[in-house]
Every structure is written in C-alpha cells, then in structure tokens.
Design a protein around this ligand. Structure first.
Ligand code: UDP
Length: 332
C-alpha cells in the first residue's frame, strides 16, 4: 500500500516525505511545482508533476500505487495574498481540495490527512486556543481551509473514509540534517524574512504593527519546528490506520513569542544586527494565536525541537545552504 503526498515538493511536504521515507513507507509525491522544487523531493520517492484537481491523473495514481492514505499539503498559504486575491485561495485550497477528495472517494482511499491552519480560529484572545474554540476565520486563507475541513467531515460521514485535520500554528525551522528547508521564492514568513535580512539579502525588514493588545504591542505566534509537525502527521496516520476515529488536532507548542522577540532571537543566534522598521499593521493578522495542544499529545506526540533559538538556527543554516546553490530561489 502506498501513501500519496500532495505538495511533497514544498516546505512542509518535503519534510513529510523524509519522515515517511525514513520509516520505509512507499511514497508518491504529486506536485505541480509552482512553488515547490523537484530537488527538495527525497530521491527515494517518485515525483509526479501534475495537478491535484486532475481526476484522471489522481485516479490512476491511486490505482497504480494502491494508495491507502493521502496526505494533502498542496495549497496556497500567504494570508495577505489571500486578502488581495481571495479567489485564488478558494480555488487552490477549497475547490481543488474538493476535486482531490472526490477522486479519493472514487478510488477507495481509506485515510485523508489535511493541512489546516490556526487561521480558522480568527481573532482569539491571548489565551491558548483549543480545538473546540469558536471558528471565526478573518482571512480568505483561513476560510478557504475551514471549508475544506467541513467538506472532509461531511465526506467521512457519507463514505468509508477517516480523516485527520492538523491545524498548524507557525511552522519554521529546517530538517536537522539539512536535507530540506523553507525554499519558496518570495518568502513572507517572519523567521525566513528575518534570517534573509541577517544575511544581507534584504536591506531591512518591517514589524507589521506594534499597537496590538499584546505585552510588547507586536503580534504573538506559536512557532513550531517543521520536524515536530511532520511527526504529528505520522502519529495521526498510525492512529487512523489502527482504526481510530477521525480527529482534528492543533499543532503548536502552547507558548507564544512576539514579533519583536523573534527578531531579537534571530539577531542573537546569527550574531548579526540588521535594520528593523516598525510599520503599519498587515491586513488579516490576529494579535495573538497560541495553541492549546493537549489533544495531539494523547497520540503520544513528544516534540523534540521546542526551542526558538534552535528553530532559528536551523532556518539560518538552511538559508546559508540555499546561498551555495546555483539555482537559488528568488528572494523577492
Ligand atoms: N511579520 C512581520 N514582518 C514580516 C513578516 C511577518 O512583522 O516581515 C509578522 C506578521 O504580521 C505576523 C507574524 O509576523 O504578526 C507572523 O507572520 P507570518 O507571515 O510569519 O505567519 P502568519 O502568522 O501570518 O501565518
């Protein structure tokens, strides 16, 4: 039996592929390579270039490789872009996910694991938010993902499929062995932007808003190391394979850092000072999102990289590695 990983040439997907290949699983990656890279896909794994909404292709892959589970990472992930171009997000994250799920049902796929986001909660307070928290996404990105969560629940009630939804908090860092890392061109995520600024790829960076109702006025997020995140997917897959019920879990460490704290950590870890401007708020940003993450621990999850400095160090080392490549992805 095989596992189909969509978006396996992207940041988190490529780490999932390493985790599965290291465990000896049979893995097929489906990726359209718009933001992913073929060189990020582990050589032990077959990469198919194509679209998740191509029902014929997905149906063929399911049959040919006896796909038992689909782990679905492919999608668009930038909150401010979703505010400017909502239809792109409803297409990539909602309607294409619908088509993929349909092909999975038709092909008899037993388990479906979906990358969701803490953005489904919306404007929460400073307290950690649990899976039962109110779902009031404030960005098209969060809404596009929440609709897919609902679709999965409806499909699992009607068909012989169980699912796992992982609501990611802020994913960062790189494979400790430096086999993969965040490589997408035109990065917007805080830690990546900060290490690029430390390396001089950007002249300066901005803090988007310092008048939030948080301890230092800048937004608070729960940064989780990408390897801990993919191990959570592995545990959820094991749970479903053993006949466990469909489950939705938060993936974070349960503690938050402000934008200013993250930038100070980047300066401390790299030993490089750089220019930071305090600018206006960015559309769609909640003040604080921190996970209450007890449910995933019930599956035996034991994070190994709950250390902001360590996460930043790995992100920094990966960025330096990218500098050594002739085909370095564009900074902007
Ligand atoms: N942020 C910032 N400057 C940047 C990039 C991000 O101040 O150059 C802030 C952003 O406004 C948010 C936090 O950092 O409060 C995390 O943003 P990111 O884009 O990394 O992830 P998100 O929480 O939006 O998924």
């Amino acid at each position: 039996m095989g596992i189909l990983v969509t978006g396996g040439a992207g940041y988190i997907g490529s780490h999932m592929v390493l985790h599965l290949a290291d465990a000896g699983e049979r893995v097929i990656v489906l990726d359209n390579l718009t933001t992913g890279f073929d060189w990020l896909v582990d050589h032990r794994v077959k990469l198919v270039e194509g679209d998740i909404a191509d029902a014929d292709l997905v149906g063929r892959l399911i049959a040919e490789h006896e796909i038992e589970a689909v782990i679905h990472f492919a999608g668009s992930i930038v909150v401010p872009e979703s505010v400017e171009n909502p239809l792109k997000y409803y297409r990539n994250n909602t309607s294409k996910t619908r088509d993929l799920i349909e092909a999975c049902v038709a092909g008899g796929v037993r388990h479906f694991i979906f990358s969701s986001t803490a953005a489904v909660y919306g404007m929460v307070g400073l307290e950690p938010v649990g899976e039962e928290g109110a779902l009031n996404p404030v960005s098209p990105y969060g809404r596009s993902k929440l609709m897919s969560e609902w679709m999965l629940a409806d499909v699992a009630a009607a068909h012989k499929m169980t699912y796992g939804v992982l609501r990611y908090f802020n994913v960062a860092g790189a494979d400790p062995q430096m086999r993969a890392g965040q490589s997408t061109a035109g990065a917007t995520h805080l830690i990546k932007v900060a290490v690029q600024t430390a390396l001089g790829h950007r002249d300066k960076m901005s803090v988007f808003g310092d008048d939030y109702a948080t301890p230092d006025g800048t937004c608070v997020r729960d940064y989780i190391h990408v390897s801990d995140l993919v191990s959570a997917h592995g545990l959820l897959l094991d749970h479903l394979r053993k006949g466990g019920e469909s489950l939705t879990v938060n993936c974070g460490y349960g503690r938050g850092f402000s934008v200013d704290e993250v930038i100070s950590t980047v300066k401390a870890v790299t030993g490089i000072d750089f220019i930071v401007e305090h600018g206006p708020r960015r559309a769609g940003d909640p003040a604080s999102i921190v996970a209450s993450a007890d449910r995933i621990r019930v599956l035996g999850w034991q994070p190994r990289h709950d250390d902001l400095a360590g996460i930043v160090d790995m992100a920094y080392r990966w960025e330096k590695y990218l500098d050594t490549r002739n085909d370095r992805p564009a900074i902007f």
